[in-house]
Design a protein around this ligand. Structure first.
Ligand code: FES
Length: 299
């Protein structure tokens, strides 16, 4: 495997319907990667550049773990690629690494992950655990058919075994088919309320990764409790160099609207500063082209 050409897919695991984990040979990126960073994948010549936050990496083996949800025509086509196929290009690691503080075990860092927000959350959580912080993961899925990494012998379970007593996990599903019925904001609000009443570990910060509406709901909730919240944004990106403006994030700083860019200022941005009313429509900026592309490619 170590002799494989860079960018070759070494393993492919179907995690759930439409969600695929790829292990890709990319030794230079694997050696330099830090938690919270992303790569830009060019699946094939003249293809669309896809930003993917690193789900994991192995510096020794020279591999990256990337999880792709087939939503648009490019991601659906990527998910049809097989072991032995190679991407045309992978650039990275890109973006600023997560900023970690040592809180110890008296406080907890709460991660709220929605669906395929779980893979990018994983390495950031692991870094907090390595640093000796207590972590609470609230991971939400639409229903139990979309679960992955949740069994005892999978990544989250293994983390719990490796750091006993340091990682609490709460699962939610929209329909109640797994874990707590409802959204990640339900258990989060319970933790926040308990905090306010002086019980439970104090929440040092909240990190949220997932669908934009979920991240907004989490930020709105934590704002009312005054708890610092970081949103890791999976914005639409084109050049990933801060030049094209595709990933622009409108941010309010001291009453002024400032343009940040997820590709160079993020992907992590203070969720309470984001102007979500202006930001959310940006996720649909290319939806007409996306629908046309899907039709063209027969998806
Ligand atoms: Fe172009 Fe960020 S992707 S500015």
């Amino acid at each position: 495997k170590l002799g494989a050409a860079p960018k070759t897919i070494l393993e492919k695991i179907e995690l759930a319907e439409g969600i695929v984990e790829f292990i890709v040979h990319a030794p230079h990126i694997a050696r330099a990667a830090r938690a919270g960073q992303f790569v830009r994948v060019l699946p094939w010549a003249n293809g669309e550049l896809i930003p993917l936050t690193l789900a994991d990496w192995d510096a020794e083996k020279g591999t990256l773990c990337l999880v792709v949800q087939g939503l648009g025509s490019s991601s659906m086509a990527i998910n049809r690629m097989q072991v032995g196929d190679a991407f045309a290009g992978i650039a990275g690691p890109l973006g600023r690494p997560s900023v970690l503080h040592a809180y110890g075990t008296g406080e907890t860092v709460v991660f709220t992950a929605g669906g395929v927000g779980l893979p990018p959350v994983y390495p950031i959580m692991r870094e907090h655990l390595r640093a000796g912080n207590h972590v609470t993961l609230i991971a939400g899925f639409r229903n139990d058919s979309l679960l992955f990494w949740t069994r005892g012998d999978e990544r989250i379970g293994k983390l719990q075994q490796r750091y006993p007593g340091l990682l609490d996990v709460i699962y939610t599903s929209n329909d109640g088919s797994y874990g707590v019925k409802g959204f990640v904001t339900g258990p989060l609000e319970e933790l926040l309320k308990a905090n306010r009443q002086g019980s439970g570990r104090e929440i040092a910060e909240v990190v949220t990764i997932g669908p934009p509406l979920m991240m907004r709901a989490v930020c709105d909730l934590t704002r009312t409790y005054g708890v610092k919240t970081v949103a890791s944004l999976n914005s639409i990106m084109v050049d990933a160099t801060g030049m094209c403006g595709a990933c622009m994030v409108p941010v309010n700083i001291d009453g002024r609207l400032v343009r940040k860019h997820a590709c160079i200022d993020g992907p992590e941005i203070d969720g309470h500063l984001i102007d979500w009313d202006k930001f959310l429509p940006r996720f649909n900026q290319f939806s007409a082209q996306e629908q046309a592309s899907k039709r063209r490619h027969g998806f």
